[in-house]
Design a protein around this ligand. Structure first.
Ligand SMILES: Cc1cc2nc3c(=O)[nH]c(=O)nc-3n(C[C@H](O)[C@H](O)[C@H](O)COP(=O)(O)OP(=O)(O)OC[C@H]3O[C@@H](n4cnc5c(N)ncnc54)[C@H](O)[C@@H]3O)c2cc1C
Length: 406
């Protein structure tokens, strides 16, 4: 049977970043996911990838720590200097404006393609001799007092002291270990698409809350391009996917008093739109069962949130940063799966996760409520928050995220 110090299950950005970081700490690491055999090409040209993310400064800090940030093609990353969030009454004062300048930071976030980060992580992993990648699926996990045994679909088995479950929102490992998770569907899907625009986006991320609960975000990309995330009912999402260019423009003209087109000019579709169902998930525990918790949950395996704040992956990468910090600074007599370290990880991740899940959930629900009083209250609230430098500063701190590497 093959052995390793740590096995990371999952080949999303959280799994890839975690496996690389653990190997850089000198731990013999194996990463397993079905898609690790295909190398992800570096995105190029004027067609932009379908999966676009807002990366927070905490993500930038982790990627810099992993020696990835400087290797990324920065011409494909758009810094965000301003965020403008509008209420659903269409009135000028129902607006929250967050500015990097006012917050004393160079940028609030960066917008870029998932493939861009994955490609660079793949390149770095290839040169990391403590990291082995296996293209396979974990079918079974058995945890005992000394570690875990993973049984793979292709027949092999691997033994490790510690297993990191980075296996996504439906986490088979979380389920198999019987770690319960609270799950709630938002009865919404997010339609994503990239658009060319005729007016400059001014390095600004726009978000409009619409009557009825729809949310439209337009995130700036390099040049005159934006990436749309339109959260709506699954039925409307299915209809949006069928629209042609002219019908899309009619849709934009008919919502938010046409301000999207007034802000960005004429929009030309520059990708094939796709839809993703939206839900909230929180695992009850972020480490394995009480008796021998030799497993750590990170990323969507531990928590999933509404994309309105663009924070799901950033939160997952903060899991990675905290885990690397704890394992990197562990006392020499502790093994990577020492219960004290795992409990330290769980404690440190609870506050950040609960706060972000709570805020995004409450914002989503507040803006879905349709009574007149609630509408007036929330729009008035946006304007009020906008006048408070103190609250805005706290909001920005939360959006930037904090991590430390010592
Ligand atoms: C519309 C939308 C927009 C979003 N925008 C943002 C944003 O702007 N910013 C942000 O921070 N977040 C955003 N998010 C959230 C983000 O997409 C997720 O949080 C992130 O992709 C989760 O990454 P992950 O690595 O944890 O999981 P995943 O990317 O889901 O990876 C899971 C991996 O596990 C593997 N796997 C599963 N089962 C097994 C098994 N049995 N054996 C081996 N491997 C297995 C899978 O093959 C996969 O490789 C958005 C989400 C949506 C839906």
């Amino acid at each position: 049977m093959r052995t390793a110090d740590v096995v990371v299950v999952g080949g999303g950005i959280a799994g890839k970043a975690c496996a690389l970081g653990l190997a850089q700490l000198g731990l013999q690491t194996i990463e397993i996911a079905p898609d690790l055999g295909q190398s992800i090409a570096s995105p190029q040209g004027t067609q932009w990838g379908q999966r676009i993310y807002a990366f927070s400064p905490s993500t930038q800090k982790l990627l810099a720590h992993l020696q990835i940030w400087d290797a990324i093609d920065h011409s494909r990353l758009q810094p965000v200097r301003d965020m403008r969030i509008y209420g659903d009454r269409g009135e000028k004062n129902d607006q929250l404006h967050l500015s990097a300048f006012e917050a004393g930071t160079p940028q609030l976030a960066w917008i870029g393609e998932s493939n861009l980060i994955e490609h660079t992580l793949d390149q770095a992993s290839r040169f990391q001799n403590k990291l082995e990648r296996i293209s396979d699926v974990v079918e079974k996990i058995h945890v005992d007092a000394d570690g875990s045994t993973l049984h793979l679909k292709n027949g092999g088995s691997i033994r490790a002291q510690l297993v990191i479950a980075a296996d996504g929102a439906n986490s088979p490992i979380r389920n198999e270990l019987g770690i319960s998770a609270s799950e709630e569907s938002y009865s919404q899907s997010a339609v994503v698409a990239n658009w060319l625009c005729t007016y400059p986006h001014l390095e600004t991320a726009f978000q409009w809350f619409l009557p009825g609960g729809d949310i439209v975000a337009m995130l700036p990309l390099p040049g005159k391009q934006v990436s749309m995330v339109w959260s709506t009912s699954p039925e409307r999402a299915a209809d949006l996917l069928k629209l042609d260019q002219a019908q899309w423009l009619d849709q934009f003209a008919s919502i938010a008093n046409g301000v999207i087109l007034k802000q960005l000019g004429e929009l030309t579709l520059n990708s094939i739109p796709a839809a993703y169902p939206l839900r909230k998930i929180r695992a009850k525990r972020f480490i394995g069962p009480e008796a021998s918790p030799k497993v750590v949950l990170i990323g969507d395996a531990a928590h999933v949130m509404h994309p309105l704040a663009g924070q799901g992956l950033n939160l997952g990468l903060r899991d990675v940063a905290v885990l690397l910090n704890i394992l990197g600074k562990r006392e020499s007599f502790r093994s990577p799966s020492d219960i004290v370290l795992l409990r330290r990880y769980e404690r440190q991740r609870q506050g950040d996760t609960s706060a972000l899940l709570w805020v995004t959930d409450k914002l989503k629900k507040l803006f879905s409520a349709s009574s007149n009083t609630e509408r007036q209250l929330r729009n008035w609230g946006l304007g009020l928050v906008n006048k408070s430098h103190f609250i805005k500063q706290r909001l920005i701190e939360r959006a930037l995220g904090e991590i430390d590497f010592e």
